[in-house]
Design a protein around this ligand. Structure first.
Ligand code: AMP
Length: 295
């Protein structure tokens, strides 16, 4: 079956209203297109929990802080629609930028707290752009559930806070990062890597996972992170924007591993910026998990 492509919000609203009248549960999966298995895993998770799934495709100019990055962003709507049809999504909502942000558009949604630091520090305005478009997409689709990837872990936190603070009646569900067989997190930007860079790229998750294991085994946070930064540069990356340990549940910085945590990284490989993150459990928590598994 084909996926229905909808561009006009009034049309979308009338379809959704009819679904809601039938008592159907509706999920939305916001994307910027150039769909890969990571996106499709969100669609599958959405199909498992909802009766109807809307995938949005909008390359949101407001969340790009770099005009070249926006111009170079891959646009593959036809292939995206075919992939969505093959997994069984119901609607591809792909509005025009001029409809999303008409002349005179003057509103900005800005979420402090989880936007601070990490990508927020290096991409000024990025999370305001994300929060603004996600708010619009939630209001336009009227969905009951929304699916986001842990690949963009800070974004997931920003969206959760936004929904909580503004009382938007939608449940946010995070899904694990889907990786290539060599460990590289899938990303629409990976297509920009040269073949030499593509061979270097999996070093990033390799170092990230190794560092998480060292932290879990009780090694000192500051020294371990310093050595990991050096290892990323030695592997051929040109710059490490950040490599930080943050609390898993509220993203605050932590200096010792005394609660479930995330190790998050952003690094440049040539002209391409890669981000990734991994869960880090405290040794006590790991003991607990092992004991539960043995019981
Ligand atoms: P994007 O099109 O990059 O804006 O991503 C759309 C959604 O897909 C976001 O919620 C991302 O976190 C998610 N996503 C992107 N890459 C992956 C991945 N490798 N695994 C899981 N989710 C992903």
């Amino acid at each position: 079956m084909n996926v229905a492509i909808v561009r006009i919000v009034a049309e979308l609203r009338s379809i959704v209203a009819a679904w809601h009248r039938e008592g159907l549960k509706i999920a939305v999966v916001p994307t910027m297109g150039a769909l890969h298995e990571g996106h499709l895993s969100l669609v599958s998770a959405a199909l498992a929990k909802a009766d109807r799934v809307i995938v949005t495709l909008f390359v949101n100019p407001k969340q790009f802080n770099n005009a070249e990055d926006l111009a170079a962003y891959p646009r593959t709507e036809q292939e995206d629609a075919a992939k969505l049809a093959s997994v069984g999504a119901h609607i591809l909502y792909a509005p025009d930028a001029a409809d999303m942000y008409p002349q005179g558009f003057a509103t900005k949604v800005s979420v402090s707290g989880p936007s601070d630091g990490l990508c927020g520090a290096f991409r000024p305005g990025h999370f305001d752009g994300v929060a603004t478009v996600v708010t619009k997409l939630f209001l336009q689709t009227g969905a009951d559930l929304a699916f986001f990837g842990e690949k963009d872990f800070q974004q997931l936190h920003v969206v959760r806070r936004l929904v909580r603070d503004l009382d938007i009646p939608i449940e946010i569900i995070g899904n694990p990062t889907v990786r290539e067989s060599d460990g590289l997190a899938m990303s629409s930007r990976n297509t920009r890597l040269s073949s030499a860079e593509r061979r270097t790229a999996p070093k990033l998750p390799e170092i990230l996972f190794k560092t998480a294991r060292r932290l879990t085994s009780g090694e000192l946070v500051e020294r371990t992170l310093r050595e990991a930064r050096q290892a990323i540069l030695a592997a051929g990356f040109s710059k490490v924007e950040y490599l930080e340990l943050r609390a898993d549940d509220d993203l605050v910085s932590i200096a010792t591993l005394n609660r479930p945590a995330r190790l998050l990284v952003a690094a440049w490989l040539g002209q391409t910026r890669l981000i990734d993150n991994v869960e880090v459990r405290s040794p006590q928590r790991l003991d607990q998990i092992l004991k539960q598994a043995a019981a």
